[in-house]
Design a protein around this ligand. Structure first.
Ligand SMILES: NC(=O)C1=CN([C@@H]2O[C@H](COP(=O)(O)OP(=O)(O)OC[C@H]3O[C@@H](n4cnc5c(N)ncnc54)[C@H](OP(=O)(O)O)[C@@H]3O)[C@@H](O)[C@H]2O)C=CC1
Ligand SMILES: O=C(CO)COP(=O)(O)O
Length: 342
């Protein structure tokens, strides 16, 4: 069945997910706040800044008018950086009176409030306008999805029917979607792997090899699991696509903006130069700030996150941060307390 779906955010990921929906026969209305980009998508069928060389299918239309974007739609996909989520939710609230299935594909935690994205959505959009909230997350670089390369991802919602609806909207021969009821675990895994990817990039920038990368991925997974379990997530979620899967794809790929940002930091770039240099959102920076304080407030030990926080926000020299991480006292590798079991 063909649906009318509104996608908010015309960056790399919003455009790539629009292409998946268009390939599945849906009509996509893409919202962008950039007038040049709207013309480029509608007239040239390209989005050169965010997805160079990719042809945008004709069934994707782009608009800068939120009222027009939401006309006749009951399904909205949010794909803007975490810091823009509240603003676009406010715009949605004033431009529709129809209850919506709201899917989000963004990965972050808000500094200050420590809120996950689904929590921000529910705070900003009145209850009567929210039918369901579904998270779409997993190991999925926009660059590869837009080339129709095999990708697996998770659709998470507390309402299984809503997760299955989203699964059916996106599933096709190159895009395989699994459902998961654990919205907390899926959102945390997707957000915090960006911190670990920054660390993997830093190690590469410093000239370290695969041993350091493997250490970060596995010990990063341990601290994500520790935090997640404290927050009520299912530990098995972190062994899945949105845990270890997204860690692998982000910590080992030059497509990752977080990895590339870390690489530049390891090579000596100043933090504020890095996002400018990449020209796209590096979610891990703000999420490091949020996760560091969240972990402290919950009494959860997250040594890698702490080290990256000290480098990003307290000016600690990267070599010293690595030395301090390696020089901690010895401990057991596996602790059942990490899984919320005592
Ligand atoms: N890229 C990827 O492969 C993946 C990304 N994600 C996640 O998706 C989210 C978006 O990432 P991505 O698309 O890559 O980021 P990009 O930096 O590629 O693009 C972000 C887009 O959001 C737009 N935007 C920013 N603020 C607003 C606003 N207030 N209203 C409307 N549009 C806005 C930007 O517009 P402009 O630049 O014109 O201001 C830009 O088009 C992030 O949370 C990311 O972690 C998840 C999985 C894969
Ligand atoms: O989340 C991603 C892949 O799953 C993309 O990561 P980056 O934001 O680091 O590019």
């Amino acid at each position: 069945m063909s649906n009318h779906i509104t996608v908010i955010g015309a960056g790399s990921w919003g455009t790539a997910l629009s292409i998946v929906l268009a390939d599945n026969g849906h009509e996509v209305m893409l919202y962008s706040h950039n007038h040049e980009q709207i013309n480029e998508i509608n007239n040239n069928r390209t989005n050169e800044k965010y997805l160079p060389g990719i042809e945008i299918p004709k069934s994707i239309q782009c608009t800068g008018d939120m009222g027009q974007a939401l006309e006749g739609t009951e399904i909205v996909l949010l794909v803007v950086p975490t810091k823009a989520i509240r603003e676009v939710c406010k715009q949605i609230s004033t431009n529709t009176n129809v209850p919506l299935t709201i899917i989000h594909a963004s990965k972050g935690i808000e500094p200050g409030s420590y809120k996950r994205i689904s929590e921000m959505i529910l705070e900003e959009i009145p209850e009567k306008l929210v039918k369901d909230v579904v998270v779409l997350s997993g190991p999925s670089h926009a660059e590869e999805v837009s080339l129709r390369q095999p990708t697996t991802i998770t659709s998470a919602s507390s309402n299984l029917q809503a997760a299955e609806l989203v699964q059916s909207l996106f599933m096709n021969a190159y895009f395989r979607v699994y459902t998961n009821p654990d919205i907390v675990g899926v959102e945390l895994g997707g957000a915090i792997k960006n911190i670990i990817a920054l660390g993997a990039g830093v190690c590469h920038g410093l000239g370290y090899g695969d041993n350091a990368k493997a250490a970060l991925i596995t010990r990063g997974l341990t601290e994500i699991t520790r935090l997640g379990c404290k927050m009520g997530a299912n530990p098995l979620t972190f062994a899945g696509l949105t845990g270890v899967g997204d860690l692998i794809v982000t910590c080992t790929s030059v497509h990752s903006r977080n990895w590339r940002a870390g690489d530049l930091i390891g090579k000596g770039y100043a933090i504020d130069e890095v996002e400018k240099e990449l020209g796209m959102v590096v979610e891990g920076i703000r999420t490091t700030e949020a996760a560091f304080h969240l972990a402290q407030s919950l009494g959860v030990e997250m040594p890698i996150t702490k080290a990256i926080y000290e480098v990003l926000f307290q000016g600690k020299e990267v070599n010293r941060a690595v030395h301090e991480l390696m020089d901690r006292g010895g401990k057991d590798e596996i602790s059942i307390k990490d899984l919320g079991l005592s």
